[in-house]
Design a protein around this ligand. Structure first.
Ligand code: SIN
Length: 545
């Protein structure tokens, strides 16, 4: 298969990019399950942007920098926020039906933690589903885009060219033991995050960090992996899997209470329930540890029942399925892994450190989120960078800058591989990794637990590499290999950060070290070399909150 652009992933970042570059080139979008199996499709809250005349760029910028706890790149923050309104308008033009005020016809704007203003455009609590619907309809209607479901990318096709690394596509698995090369001028990783490295997550099953793991194996720089965001309010119920209770519920006045009905957030932060996520999740963790209870409760029952049902139809319906009427009862909630603030290091245009390889959305680390993402800034980042990346590609082509055109690539090497007869070899390690990460690399960390995690994960990862070589590849094997690599990167970064900042809270270093502000970049030497990590300091001089 050959195309100008190979896009991996069918969420908001991949589809937005595909639609733009399809104006000047051929695009193949591959997605490992069905087109709707994306984190975008589950997004409830919405997209943050300055959309109201009473709001200002400065206010949104300030909120983003404060939430990022000193590690945002201020120039990127400004660029993204100033582009927000145009990109929301693009989405509306693609057919996204954001909710409007019945009286004024203006966009109805929600509020979330860390925001000083109402600025979240939404489609009630089904915003992601609405965005995904509209973008997929456009993509399927576009003759320059081919969208292929059930195509699992195994690894990137990378070669050395005049001393530089260059990506020329990817090996894609069509079915077990059938892997073929897909070549492209530009390969774009939009595979979402890596919530599945943790036992409990709000993420869909596809969130196995594939893009980050593949880019890293290919030799790209990966940054700030220690900053994993735990969403404070995931529904706590034995039958509910991954169900988020949107932060917008707190934005509309819900309060957090203990099992005894005591409100507790004011003890931890003057912004109470609308503090940033790192603070709220850590406070809940503390309350649960102190009380020994399995959850806390989110209560919005004091609001008008018709308002609740209209504003949060999905949450209302899902909770009712489990016997919880949120118009009357408090909702049992726990924090769960939600968003990867680090990722593949990219520049202002979405370029990684490998030529021909770009990364967008949660897979990338742009500098917008710093040490803790502000709520609803992620859909914004995805659309802004999709546009920037497409502009870069268009200019490169117009300037004749496209990379070498001939891709005589090697076919997939099956070696002496056999069929794996015992699925338990995979499921056992899946379970181990996710438990180690949950128990040792969670919301509150210690150096001792991180070191234990490193030892265990290194052993598991060596075993997985042996299996990977010995057996035919399967989708589960590919994902397992990816979560093992991503977990190790999270642990390595967490061990290297000798302070507490944003989402990384370590009992051995409880304070933020402001004299020593840095991102951590990991790079693995090209294929065949041992897995290596090193820290690289990028310092920001100006305008840091
Ligand atoms: C939510 O609705 O609470 C999630 C929004 C986000 O993660 O930005």
């Amino acid at each position: 298969m050959e195309s100008d652009y190979l896009v991996v992933g069918s969420g908001i970042a991949g589809l937005s990019f595909a639609l733009r570059v399809a104006q000047h080139g051929t695009v193949i979008v591959v997605t490992k399950k069905k087109d709707l199996d994306t984190a975008t499709n589950l997004a409830q809250g919405g997209i943050a942007a300055v959309l109201d005349s009473g709001d200002s760029f400065d206010s949104h910028i300030d909120d983003t920098l404060v939430s990022g706890d000193g590690l945002c790149d201020p120039a990127i923050v400004e660029m993204v926020i100033k582009n927000g309104k145009s990109r929301v308008t693009d989405l509306i033009n693609y057919g996204v039906g954001f909710v409007r005020d019945e009286r004024t016809g203006k966009l109805s704007l929600g509020r979330e933690g860390g925001h000083g203003h109402r600025r979240v455009a939404h489609a009630y609590d089904l915003t992601g589903r609405e965005i995904e619907r509209a973008l997929l309809a456009q993509v399927k209607d576009n003759p320059n885009i081919i969208l292929l479901e059930d195509h699992v990318v195994v690894d990137l096709l990378v070669r050395d060219s005049n001393g530089a690394r260059i990506c020329v596509g990817a090996y894609v698995m069509l079915e077990e033991d059938k892997v073929v090369p897909f070549t492209a001028q530009v390969t774009v990783l939009c595979t979402g995050g890596a919530g599945k490295v943790y036992l409990y997550t709000t993420n869909p099953d596809i969130a196995t960090g594939d893009g980050v793991a593949m880019a890293s194996r290919a030799g790209a720089s990966v940054t700030n992996m220690e900053f994993v965001q735990f969403h404070p309010t995931c529904l706590f119920h034995p039958l509910a899997k991954n169900f988020l209770i949107s932060e917008a519920v707190r934005g509309e006045g819900a309060i957090l209470v203990t099992a005894e009905g005591q409100r507790f957030m004011e003890k931890y932060d003057s912004r109470k329930e609308l503090a940033t996520r790192d603070k709220v999740a850590r406070s809940i963790d503390q309350i649960m540890k102190e009380s020994g209870n399995d959850c806390v409760y989110l209560d919005i029952s004091h609001k008008d029942s018709r308002f609740i049902q209209k504003r949060f139809p999905a949450i209302y319906g899902k909770c009712l399925e489990y016997g919880i009427d949120i118009t009357k009862d408090p909702i049992p909630v726990v924090p769960a892994a939600h968003y990867l603030c680090g990722g593949v290091l990219v520049d202002t245009w979405g370029n990684t450190t490998i030529a021909g390889l770009m990364a967008l959305g949660e897979t990338s680390c742009t500098g917008l989120h710093g040490a803790n993402r502000l709520a609803s800034n992620s859909l914004l980042e995805a659309v802004v960078f999709a546009e920037k990346a497409a502009e870069y590609c268009q200019q490169s082509r117009a300037g004749g800058l496209s990379q070498e055109n001939v891709f005589d690539v090697d076919s997939w090497h099956y070696g002496e591989a056999n069929r794996l007869e015992e699925a338990v070899l995979i499921s056992h390690n899946w379970d181990l990794i996710r438990r180690v990460m949950w128990n040792y690399v969670g919301i509150v960390r210690t150096v001792k637990r991180l070191k234990l995690a490193k030892t265990r994960l290194t052993d598991i990862s060596e075993e997985i590499e042996e299996h990977y070589r010995a057996y035919y590849v399967s989708d589960h094997m590919v994902e397992l290999r990816n979560i093992s690599h991503v977990s190790l990167m999270i642990v390595e970064c967490a061990l290297m950060r000798k302070e507490s900042r944003g989402l990384h809270y370590c009992l051995d270093y409880r304070k933020r070290k402001d004299g020593d502000r840095y991102w951590q970049t990991l790079r693995r030497l090209p294929n065949g070399s041992p897995w290596q990590f090193h820290g690289e300091k990028l310092r920001f001089e100006n305008n840091i909150k």
